[in-house]
Design a protein around this ligand. Structure first.
Ligand code: ZNH
Length: 141
């Protein structure tokens, strides 16, 4: 779990990033689609052009869910339970894709908040995103 320093560093970035859920989230998806084109297969019904509403909506969905997780760090399983069902039973996203998106989210945060992206912020977000992915892929079988 996150140390006090990591939690503080995560909160400091999130205070700003949460206000840009659409644009940061869309950028994270654009980056993962470009670096790992196989991740696009889950979004065949989407308009993936730069700046599309689909990208903004899905980007905001993911960023807002991360915000929820930050607010309920000690209770992630219950907080993300519905999303966990969705990803495991309905969407059936291959678990390997979560690491790819996580890397992209880290890059977005590092680029937009270079001063706040300290070693504690880096390790804190790394742990946070791993925990979220862990919950979202826990019901697969
Ligand atoms: Zn996911 C959806 C979150 C990852 C794929 N997602 C979704 C949503 C959310 C999320 C919130 C919405 C839901 C509703 O609507 O209800 N995700 C999330 C998170 C994460 C994720 C938080 C991490 C961090 N996903 C992911 C990945 C993938 C995905 C990795 C692949 C690649 N998702 C998805 C899909 C969907 C979702 C496909 C559906 C979309 C539509 O619109 O259809």
């Amino acid at each position: 779990s996150l140390s006090g320093c990591e939690k503080e560093a995560v909160d400091n970035i999130w205070k700003q990033a949460s206000g840009h859920a659409q644009s940061h989230g869309a950028e994270a998806f654009e980056r993962v689609f470009q670096s790992y084109p196989q991740t696009k297969t889950y979004f065949s019904h989407y308009d993936l052009k730069h700046g599309s509403n689909d990208l903004k909506t899905q980007g905001a969905n993911v960023f807002n869910a991360i915000g929820q997780a930050i607010n309920h760090l000690d209770n992630l399983e219950a907080t993300l339970s519905k999303l966990s069902d969705l990803h495991a039973f309905k969407l059936r996203v291959d678990p390997g894709n979560f690491e790819l998106l996580n890397e992209s989210i880290l890059a977005v945060l590092a680029i937009h908040y270079p001063k706040l992206f300290t070693t504690a912020a880096h390790s804190g977000f790394d742990k946070l995103l791993c925990s979220i992915s862990c919950v979202l892929t826990s019901k697969y079988r």
